[in-house]
Design a protein around this ligand. Structure first.
Ligand SMILES: [Zn+2]
Ligand SMILES: [Zn+2]
Length: 183
């Protein structure tokens, strides 16, 4: 859904959208598993810079909900993560802030982004919001044993014979010491 400045100049735009699974491209690791639902409102905010310049910002408020699938940080098994988030964002025309530090509107609490050309693609704003709500590291379970560094088997599912090769760090330290003494 494209939110056009021209239309915002006439009236605010209320939206209620549903994007089917996979419709929002979240990159290679994260997958949109279920429909993403969102509702909210887009409004025009005019900033007066001096006497002649008016900067047209888009204020976007609303919420979204979806469910994601992403790999466990240790064993890479898919993990389901539900996402629910409300947002309050301000999009300024790209290039507006170049060289300007002061803003004439108080945008307390609002997150600031930039739009290019004559409007903003709602999907782009949503993608960013979804990615912001993804934890940096998810685990399939708290005590996930991960993959065996030697053979790559999932140690939650099977025990491999490499385990005896994995050294206890205390023994490794002793071995180092012994090697030093021998030389
Ligand atoms: Zn895991
Ligand atoms: Zn192994």
């Amino acid at each position: 859904m494209f939110i056009e400045i021209r239309e915002l100049e006439l009236h605010p735009i209320d939206f209620r959208e549903e994007f089917p699974p996979e419709a929002i491209d979240l990159g290679t690791e994260v997958r949109q598993r279920t429909a993403l639902t969102t509702q909210g409102r887009a409004q025009l905010v005019e900033e007066h810079h001096g006497k002649h310049q008016v900067v047209k910002d888009i204020r976007l408020t609303g919420d979204l909900a979806t469910s994601l699938e992403l790999p466990c940080a240790r064993c890479l098994d898919p993990v389901v993560q539900d996402v629910k988030r409300s947002f309050e964002l301000l999009y300024r025309p790209q290039g507006t802030d170049a060289g300007h530090e002061e803003l004439s509107v108080t945008v307390a609490e609002a997150e600031i982004g930039y739009y290019k050309g004559n409007g903003l693609l709602l999907e782009d704003a949503l993608r960013e919001q979804v990615l912001l709500s993804v934890p940096l590291k998810v685990l399939c379970r708290e005590n996930c044993k991960g993959l065996c560094p030697a053979c790559g088997k999932n140690r939650n599912a099977e025990t491999c014979s490499c385990e005896q090769l994995v050294e206890d760090p205390r023994w490794a330290a002793l071995k180092d010491l012994r090697e030093k003494l021998e030389h």
